[in-house]
Design a protein around this ligand. Structure first.
Ligand code: NDP
Length: 242
């Protein structure tokens, strides 16, 4: 039993993050769900789930610092962090702007540093911590038109292993999940013809569901999961066996 452990889920109001927030709440965790700018979706999420939502840019260290200080003051020490917030800004390399690169690196990768850096000292002092980073099959395999996204997600996988080594003696586990294509707004933005081709390559024959990913998070954050660290769980319907 988590006995009311406090979990923060970045990008926790929509898509995969929403399913993670709800699964944590249903298992007895106190949850704060972060989001980036979509106030309407966040309001609806809080009304429907009863989970508080909080807006800040996870790519901005100062914004994370302010938000985490407030969460700790309001709710107590943060014991579980799910680094889930992410964006795509696709384009082939010869057309990609520096802004597209920077936006994706900051939101998807620097966010993991920002959040982990700001909770790690408290986790070390308390001798407990669970950090789960959401990577991607496209960080493992690469993807046309996504040098920025693939670099950020691949970076997450290395970040996870290095931080897992540092946390191991303090009962802080750090793991990643690499989802395949999951039916969320992010994937609904893919042109239907492209999506059809993607689904045809998934042996299970369907897109993932956000709940498929939330199920893995629940396994990784469990109190008795301390022997499971530095791993990447590939959850992709058999699309890429890594
Ligand atoms: P969605 O686009 O459905 O939701 C993204 C969430 O992240 C939203 O809550 C959004 O907030 C939040 N967010 C975006 N930018 C920021 C920011 N700068 N600061 C704080 N929050 C932010 O994404 P998915 O649920 O599809 O994806 C979740 C994660 O899973 C991402 O990291 C993604 O890369 C990864 N992933 C997704 C796959 C998929 O097929 N869907 C496959 C593999 C990995 P707001 O509502 O305010 O915009």
């Amino acid at each position: 039993m988590p006995m009311g452990r406090l979990a923060v889920v970045t990008g926790g109001t929509r898509g995969i993050g929403r399913a993670i927030s709800v699964a944590l709440k249903n298992a007895g965790y106190k949850v704060v769900a972060n989001y980036g700018g979509n106030d309407e979706a966040a309001k609806k999420f809080t009304e429907e789930t009863g989970i508080p939502s909080m807006k800040w840019d996870v790519g901005n260290f100062g914004a994370c610092e302010t938000a985490i200080a407030k969460i700790v003051a309001d709710h107590g020490p943060i014991e579980v962090v799910v680094n889930n917030a992410g964006i795509t800004r696709d384009g082939v390399m010869h057309r990609m702007t520096y802004q597209q690169w920077e936006d994706v690196i900051h939101t998807n990768l620097s966010s993991c540093f920002n959040m982990a850096r700001l909770v790690i000292e408290s986790m070390r002092e308390r001798g407990f911590g669970r950090i789960v980073n959401i990577g991607s099959v496209n960080g493992q395999a690469g993807q046309y038109g996504q040098v920025n996204y693939a670099a950020a997600k691949s970076g997450i996988h290395g970040f996870t292993k290095a931080l897992a080594l540092e946390g191991a003696a303090k009962n802080i586990t750090v793991n990643a999940i690499a989802p395949g294509y999951v039916d969320t707004d992010m994937v609904r933005a893919v042109p239907p013809a492209v999506l059809e081709k993607i689904i045809a390559k998934i042996p299970v024959g369907r897109l993932g569901r956000a709940e498929d990913i939330a199920r893995c998070v629940m396994f990784l954050v469990a109190d008795d999961a301390e022997f499971f660290t530095g791993s990447t769980l590939s959850v992709n319907g058999g699309q890429h066996m890594y």
